[in-house]
Design a protein around this ligand. Structure first.
Ligand code: ADP
Ligand code: ZN
Length: 701
């Protein structure tokens, strides 16, 4: 019979033949020849054989002895390939290991015929005799180091049998103390509703809107336990697992199960071990970052997407996908419930609740006696003061430290200053490869590009006019750290940003210091806003709340609201005496005003009005075409051609914005142009994609 087989290469499925009594099930792993190489592939389906094929069909070399892939993951890959216009084979290559059966070992046993021959002394060759004797003693041995020719000779004479046996990786066991929690009334109400949905074992998306500190994690845990009781598995996605080692601890203690962890920071070996145990159905809980949506978990009974609003769910290079959206697709394919949890749901999810596509549960109270913090909007210090924090915030810091409590300060910008500028001619040193100014780092006294990593020594005079005095542009976390250390010399100050946490394990250490109260004030970028649960953090200060507001993206208001609300949510989680200072010049801006009032609903309603007026998502479908080339003119010309082509064929159904240079018009010596496609219905965007694909505009690999 002929089968179409998907291989982890940028190729369409290939046809191979295989003779067997029973047809090969869909999802079977096989070994096939591709261009003189043997590689693994997955059986998609048996092909109907109407006419004899025009070309010789190669044979499947081997049916691998690993379980077939769960259909939900196979279908998800095919769905994604179609939706995101990417090759299914390449998706396979990105998410599946190169050697699919690396944990299998070839072992050799003596056959019945072998035993008889040996004991009846029928074998003449000494070498074979002593080998069989060894097999009788040891029962089974590894094939490693035994010459292939010798083995095939024995096989031919039917003296031995060769088997594949799985070897198990040593488990790292981590022991945590187990403390059972009982759900409070609000949590229990939501739990019971969700549980009754789970019992139906039907596809149901649920938005769980629970304010920061309301105990969403406790609900996830109880629901996961229910699903595990039924011998089904649970897939839990978190935005950035490296930022939340705490969460792994909470889940592993409460579920008392081996948890498969998937994220990009794992060694290939660890990743493979988890991956393989999921495929074999030995791991029933997976906790991972966005890529975990493509793990081969079997028999999924529940998918949880924690902090579903987080933009980290979107992968923005190579294979671009949105894991939150894919969680809905995978839940549908698995016929199970999917819970999207957040204190600040994405407007897409909120809109889906309004359209009655999603169930909606809310918890608007924090657990126990904790209340939400009081949020005050204050003016940032004037530029001439050369301070980053205002006297009010400084006073609040002093009071917090006097009470032996902790504080977090958010400044979402790295380095000492985001640029340098000549005091005479105003020149700003730029990256030679990217269209951005270079960030100044004081610790290492150098300039660095945030996009390509280009580094250079800080110049002592202007490159253009040779004036010997340069001033510092917008300050970042390094600068704030210096100021705070000066103001609080006897306290422990820690800076947490991507520069201080490069070394593996350093972030965990920093979070541990916070958790053990060794850090009094932590200064950081948005890294410190994410889901952390530090009970003794009482004060949160946002140094520059306005910085992300003016970013030219239709989601910038939403992002700012989310960041501020999440950041505020770190304060007063234990006893509710939290206080938050937001330094802003735009206190009437909805993102700032409503986050200060913890008023998600008003923000969402108002922002939806804006989206509707300009017909942005969720009221339309939007696609961005990014055109890159080594030469600016070339990028522009291609963009123009695309514009012409699409405006001719789809002018009534598609709004085409651009072409225009992208916000970052050059990165790593590649010029970037963009075109936005907006349509009421996704089908028009699809049509546009097909036109471009047909005309060969897609990136060549
Ligand atoms: P969220 O994820 O909604 O922000 P968490 O799940 O982190 O909230 O809960 C906030 C804090 O309250 C955590 O320290 C958690 O252990 C505690 N907590 C929540 N619910 C309970 C409960 N029912 N019993 C005891 N502690 C709880
Ligand atoms: Zn650069």
């Amino acid at each position: 019979m002929n089968y179409s087989v998907l291989v982890p290469l940028p190729l369409e499925p290939l046809t191979y033949s295989f003779d067997s009594d029973e047809p090969l099930p869909k999802g079977s792993f096989v070994l096939v020849p591709v261009r003189n190489k043997k590689i693994w592939g997955i059986v998609l389906k048996a092909e109907a054989q109407e006419a004899p094929p025009k070309y010789a069909i190669k044979k499947i070399l081997e049916l691998l002895s690993i379980p077939p892939l769960d259909s939900s993951i196979l279908e998800l890959i095919l769905w994604s390939a179609n939706y995101y216009h990417y090759s299914a084979g390449e998706i396979l290559r990105s998410f599946f290991p190169e050697k699919i059966d690396a944990d299998f070992k070839k072992t050799i046993k003596i056959s019945e015929h072998g035993k008889i021959s040996f004991f009846q002394k029928k074998i003449k060759r000494k070498k074979i005799n002593s080998f069989l004797e060894k097999l009788i003693e040891e029962q089974s041995i590894s094939s490693k180091g035994i010459p292939k020719k010798f083995l095939s000779e024995l096989l031919e004479q039917n003296l031995i049998s060769v088997n594949m046996t799985r070897t198990f990786a040593e488990e790292k066991t981590i022991a945590y103390s187990f403390k059972n929690k009982t759900l409070n009334e609000d949590q229990n109400r939501v739990f019971l509703s969700c549980e009754s949905i789970l019992q139906k074992e039907k596809f149901t998306p649920i938005l769980l809107e629970g304010i920061t500190g309301s105990g969403k994690t406790e609900i996830y845990i109880e629901l996961a336990n229910k699903v595990l009781e039924k011998n089904k598995s649970v897939l839990i996605l978190v935005p950035e697992i490296s930022l939340t080692p705490q969460l792994l601890r909470r889940f592993s203690t409460a579920l008392n199960k081996k948890i498969g962890v998937i994220h990009s920071g794992l060694t290939p070996k660890d990743k493979f071990n988890y991956w393989s145990q999921m495929l074999h159905g030995e791991i029933s809980v997976c906790l991972g970052a966005r890529s975990a949506i493509f793990t081969p978990m079997q028999n999924i009974g529940l998918i949880i997407v924690d902090e579903e609003h987080d933009s980290a769910y979107k992968q923005e290079d190579h294979f671009r996908y949105q894991a939150r959206d894919l969680s809905i697709v995978r839940a549908k394919l698995s016929n199970c419930a999917v819970i999207l949890g957040s204190a600040t749901p994405s407007l897409e999810s909120y809109h889906n609740v309004k359209l009655k596509k999603y169930e909606h549960y809310q918890i608007l109270k924090r657990h126990g006696n904790a209340t939400l913090p009081i949020v005050k909007i204050i003016k940032p210090p004037k530029l001439v003061d050369e301070n980053l924090i205002s006297p009010l915030l400084e006073k609040a810091l002093t009071e917090t430290l006097n009470k032996k409590k902790q504080a977090l300060l958010l400044l979402n910008r790295k380095g000492y200053a985001s640029f340098l500028t000549c005091k005479s001619c105003g020149h700003v040193p730029k990256c030679t490869r990217c269209s951005v100014s270079l960030t100044y780092y004081k610790n290492s006294d150098e300039l660095k590009c945030s996009y390509c990593g280009l580094r250079s020594k800080k110049m002592t005079e202007c490159e253009v006019c040779e004036f010997p005095d340069l001033s510092y542009g917008t300050p970042g976390t390094e600068s704030l750290e210096i100021e705070i250390k000066e103001k609080f010399p006897s306290n422990n100050i820690d800076r947490i940003d991507s520069d201080t946490t490069k070394k593996s394990g350093s972030l965990e250490k920093a979070l541990e210091r916070l958790s053990n109260k060794n850090t009094d004030i932590a200064i950081g970028t948005q890294m410190i806003s994410k889901g952390h649960d530090f009970p003794d953090v009482q004060l949160v200060g946002v140094v520059n709340a306005d910085s992300s507001l003016n970013f030219p993206d239709f989601r910038s208001s939403e992002r700012t609201f989310q960041l501020l609300t999440q950041m505020a949510g770190r304060a007063g989680r234990l006893d509710g005496n939290g206080i938050v200072y937001i330094q802003s010049n735009q206190e009437e801006n909805p993102s700032i005003k409503y986050s200060a009032k913890h008023d998600y609903k008003s923000f969402a309603e108002q922002e939806l009005l804006v989206r509707k007026e300009f017909s942005y998502p969720p009221f339309s479908k939007l696609a961005r075409l990014l055109i890159t080339a080594k030469n600016d003119n070339q990028a522009k010309n291609i963009s123009d051609r695309i514009y012409q082509l699409l405006s001719k064929s789809l002018k009534d159904d598609l709004e085409i914005l651009g072409p225009s240079p992208a916000i970052l018009s050059k990165i790593k010596n590649h010029y970037r142009w963009q075109i936005l496609l907006k349509a009421k219905d996704f089908k028009y965007i699809r049509q546009a994609m097909f036109i471009l694909k047909h005309k060969d505009f897609f990136k060549k690999k």
